[in-house]
Design a protein around this ligand. Structure first.
Ligand SMILES: Cc1cc2nc3c(=O)[nH]c(=O)nc-3n(C[C@H](O)[C@H](O)[C@H](O)COP(=O)(O)OP(=O)(O)OC[C@H]3O[C@@H](n4cnc5c(N)ncnc54)[C@H](O)[C@@H]3O)c2cc1C
Length: 371
């Protein structure tokens, strides 16, 4: 037990979707929660993402990724209903379906895909793309009619409103520089604004999670364990209605229709460190592919270009765990390309761990000392 008088039961480091959704669960379980964010609230990967609620080419991921994503997908409607209650921002959950034009052409690949869809209860159909879209010629496209998206910047706004309403103290521009330990027990964090104490610290610092603990001997939390993977996106504005109503995906590029008629296109996958600049190259590639897939976009102006840093891990599996060596320290990070889809399930999981309750999903695959 900490000998320090704490103002809060739990300090959460990072205000992305992982931090805020966990803050909501812990606050609703009766804990006093403080979220510390080094920059603006919720403006990193969780803001930058596309908001597709299903791993892209999900059959290519390790099973623990798909298991967690499927658990998240199954509860999204409930999650967004909870967030948008009380007049809060609507995260715009939208069942647009997704047409994947290059799911694999061999019978073996197609049976892998069908098995994957069946296993996770994802309705699917093999289609000749030209039936619905005369300009597309792929004969064995994969249609997933139930795939949903959220407008993630709005999801983040709804989360902020909901955690504040639940009594959570969120502090922007408060970077955490390190943990305060008492032997093998965490008792707080050092911030630019001074030390803050709590019996529990949860690290949800996204791609930066490996920078927080200087001791490289602590497993799972070194810069080699968690690292940034840049993704660039463009958005065509809403002014020109292009008629796109479903997600189209080909050769790693996806087009996402928003309810207001704008179209988000992503994304690059780049290992360039903590660099969020955008490049002309990525813009050109995304633009060219977008127009090829949806020719109505040819004359639509690009309203925005941006980049975000996904929290990568070496095996693409997140870390969700109580730290094996430091009591009171918890980690929920490394969500790479699927952190939005996984969020509600992960928040439930880490909350159960922190409250000492049995977990719905076995933690084994997500342990920080697994590698
Ligand atoms: C281009 C792109 C497209 C994507 N598309 C999708 C998609 O379609 N579907 C999907 O499910 N996922 C998608 N993702 C992935 C998803 O966005 C991430 O997995 C998820 O947002 C990670 O959430 P997080 O809370 O762990 O990290 P973040 O949202 O990055 O939040 C971490 C926060 O911690 C803060 N922080 C860091 N260090 C400190 C410190 N020392 N002190 C205080 N605060 C700190 C950061 O400033 C940041 O706000 C995409 C990502 C990108 C970049």
């Amino acid at each position: 037990q900490s000998h320090v008088l704490s103002q809060t039961d739990c300090i959460i480091v990072g205000s992305g979707v992982a931090g805020l959704s966990s803050a909501l669960r812990l606050a609703k379980a009766g804990w006093r929660v403080t979220v510390l964010e080094r920059e603006e609230i919720g403006r990193e990967a969780s803001w930058a993402g596309g908001g597709i609620l299903c791993p892209l080419y999900g059959w290519r991921y390790p099973e623990p990724v798909m298991r967690l994503a499927a658990a998240g997908m199954a509860q999204y409607r409930r999650f967004t209903d909870e967030l948008s209650a009380n007049g809060h921002t609507d995260p715009e959950l939208f069942t647009s379906g997704m047409l994947i034009l290059d799911p694999g052409s061999s019978p073996a690949e197609q049976s892998t895909v069908s098995n994957w869809a069946t296993r996770y209860g994802i309705r699917h159909q093999w289609q000749d793309a030209s039936q619905h879209f005369p300009h597309l010629s792929q004969e064995r496209a994969l249609w997933l009619p139930d795939i949903e998206t959220v407008r993630n910047p709005r999801l983040m706004r709804a989360l902020v409103e909901s955690v504040r309403a639940a009594g959570v103290d969120i502090r922007a521009y408060t970077p955490v520089h390190g943990l305060i330990l008492d032997g093998a027990q965490v008792i707080g964090v050092r911030t630019e604004q001074g030390d803050l104490f709590a019996e529990h610290v949860l690290i949800t610092a996204g791609a930066w999670s490996g920078q927080l603990v200087p001791d490289p001997l602590i497993p799972g939390l070194s810069p080699a364990d968690i690292f940034p993977v840049r993704g660039q996106m463009i958005r065509f504005g809403a002014a020109m209605h292009t008629g796109l109503a479903t997600i189209l995906m080909d050769e790693g590029v996806y087009l996402i229709p928003r309810k207001d008629g704008s179209v988000v296109v992503g994304s690059s996958v780049e290992h360039v460190g903590f660099d969020k600049h955008t490049t002309d190259e990525a813009m050109t590639r995304l633009h060219r592919k977008a127009v090829e897939l949806w020719p109505n976009l040819a004359h639509a102006p690009i309203a925005q270009q941006w980049a975000g840093l996904r929290p990568g891990t070496r095996d693409e599996i997140p870390y969700i765990d109580a730290h094996p060596e430091i009591a009171g320290l918890f980690v929920s990070t490394g969500f790479y390309r699927n952190g939005l889809a996984m969020a509600p399930a992960v928040a439930e999981l880490i909350t159960d761990v922190m409250l000492g309750r049995p977990t719905q999903i076995d933690l084994g695959d997500y342990r920080i000392d697994r590698i």
